[in-house]
Design a protein around this ligand. Structure first.
Ligand SMILES: [Zn+2]
Length: 483
């Protein structure tokens, strides 16, 4: 006799019982037995055709029966069947997206879609009626914006507050060289409208915050996460779970990418996969670690594909599966993802029921704090102009560069000695504790770590060059290239 766990919202139909043991040797039989025992439950679980409703997930033990034998999955004596309805009352795309009729021009434009039976007029009208929010108009947002507008996703929103800079152009193909200095929102929206004037683009010029996220996200059917930082990633996740919106996730680093669909019809969320953020500074950003320019194209287009499939309701969504992509090996792998019943936001007993302070949660300064810290030279730091004066005066001090040799080749400060951070701990003995030491890197993060290593080793006269070689290029010597 398998045991069926009844989730809180359905207990009103089972006389408040949280678990019911029933007869049956398959999941389908067990559910039939359950609903004959509690007839009111039937329409909650099955639709008119007798199929399990799309917003109810059925798990056998820890595994979704969709990945096992569906209704005919064998269920034995010691097995537990869980009913997992979608959370927080959101409909996501579980309810069919409304349709909008196509004009003659649009019929011509979407001809190659219309002749695919899985899309057809009905599908293209669903695309037109769909509302998709892109978080970020950067590396992932670029291919997403271009292809989703071309495909005819009728209402696209973008959240971004950044301006285009030269270092973006290697991968953010929605922006062109003349766009440098413009708002990414304006540049992206212009390209999307040029590709397809039939779609409407809504610009949300703001950072996504705990204060505005629910209000912005609520008007969309699907959210596509193209963020590059952990606080926003957790914020997007929690907001999607709370609103019941699918979260099409992608992330990129150097030659590797990940993609999945979170919070889809009771499926796992980002916190089920990563309950805690990594400690600050452990995982470098693309700005620190670099990224192959093509990589966001590959991952962004996987996200775009999933978005279109969710709208059309076709294929097998990338939910409950984490797709890992390694561009160097040119290999895709898949990991099974499960919803964690203990998940603090999407689990059985959520402890996060409203948005929290995500900067604090991730242990990083808020943008305002970061700006304040940026503007003042703290104790243990030295301004680039002061380093320049020391060099010009011929002061007796050691300038150490803790970047990598390939970065040193791009740009360096004359007189600096290269000791990459990785080698630093074992080379501490090479430095003279009686001498003034100034350490620099690209932006000041790695050199701060190196300063810490020396101070722990008893060095007292150590200072970190604030802002690194980027600040040096901005304020001392513009001929030094920025990268
Ligand atoms: Zn979760």
């Amino acid at each position: 006799m398998p045991r069926i766990l009844i989730p809180t919202p359905l207990r009103q139909y089972t006389g408040k019982q949280d678990a019911v043991s029933v007869d049956g040797s398959t999941v389908g039989e067990a559910l039939s037995a359950l609903t004959s025992q509690y007839p009111d439950l039937r329409k909650q679980i099955f639709n008119d055709q007798g199929k399990i409703r799309s917003f109810v997930n059925v798990y056998l033990n820890d595994e979704d029966i969709r990945y096992l034998g569906k209704d005919s999955t064998t269920a034995g004596e010691n097995d537990t069947i869980s009913l997992v309805p979608s959370i927080a009352g959101g409909s996501g795309v579980a309810e069919p997206i409304e349709q909008a009729s196509l004009s003659k021009d649009e019929i011509l434009r979407y001809s190659r879609h219309l002749i695919i039976p899985e899309v057809g007029m009905e599908g293209q009208e669903k695309l037109k009626a769909a509302r998709v929010l892109l978080i970020g108009a950067g590396g992932l947002g670029a291919p997403l914006g271009l292809y989703l507008s071309a495909a005819g996703v009728g209402r696209l929103g973008i959240v971004d507050f950044d301006v285009v800079d030269f270092t973006n152009l290697q991968r953010q193909v929605i922006h062109s060289t003349p766009d440098v200095g413009r708002k990414k929102l304006d540049s992206a929206a212009e390209k999307m409208q040029a590709i397809n004037p039939h779609v409407s683009v809504t610009k949300h010029e703001t950072a996504l915050t705990s204060e505005n996220a629910l209000d912005i996200l609520k008007d969309y059917d699907i959210v596509v996460d193209g963020t590059d930082n952990f606080p926003t990633r957790y914020l997007v996740n929690d907001a999607c779970v709370l609103l019941g919106k699918p979260n099409v996730y992608g992330s990129i680093f150097r030659f590797e990418g990940q993609a999945t669909v979170f919070a889809y019809q009771g499926g796992p969320c980002y916190r089920c996969l990563y309950p805690e953020p990594p400690p600050p500074g452990l995982v470098p950003s693309c700005a620190e670690g670099g990224v192959l320019g093509i990589l966001p194209g590959t991952i962004g287009l996987i996200q775009a594909t999933e978005t279109v499939k969710l709208i059309l309701g076709i294929g097998e969504p990338l939910a409950g599966r984490l797709l890992l992509y390694d561009a160097l090996a040119m290999r895709f792998r898949e990991l099974k993802l499960r919803r964690d019943p203990e998940c603090p936001v999407c689990g059985e007993h959520p402890t996060i029921t409203k948005l929290i302070d995500y900067h604090q949660f991730c242990g990083v300064p808020s943008p305002r704090e970061a700006a304040r810290q940026e503007s003042k030279v703290n104790e243990g730091e030295i301004d680039v102009t002061e380093v320049k004066q020391k060099l010009d005066r011929g002061d007796d001090f050691t300038l150490i560069d803790v970047r990598e040799p390939h970065e040193y080749k791009i740009a360096s400060i004359p007189g600096a000695r290269l000791v990459p951070l990785g080698e630093f701990p074992r080379r501490v003995g090479e430095f003279d504790p009686e001498r003034d030491i100034v350490i620099h890197c690209k932006s000041g993060m790695r050199s701060a770590k190196a300063c810490g290593i020396l101070r722990n080793a008893g060095f007292k006269r150590v200072r970190n060059m604030k802002g690194g070689i980027l600040a040096w290029s901005d304020r001392v010597d513009p001929s030094v290239p920025k990268y």
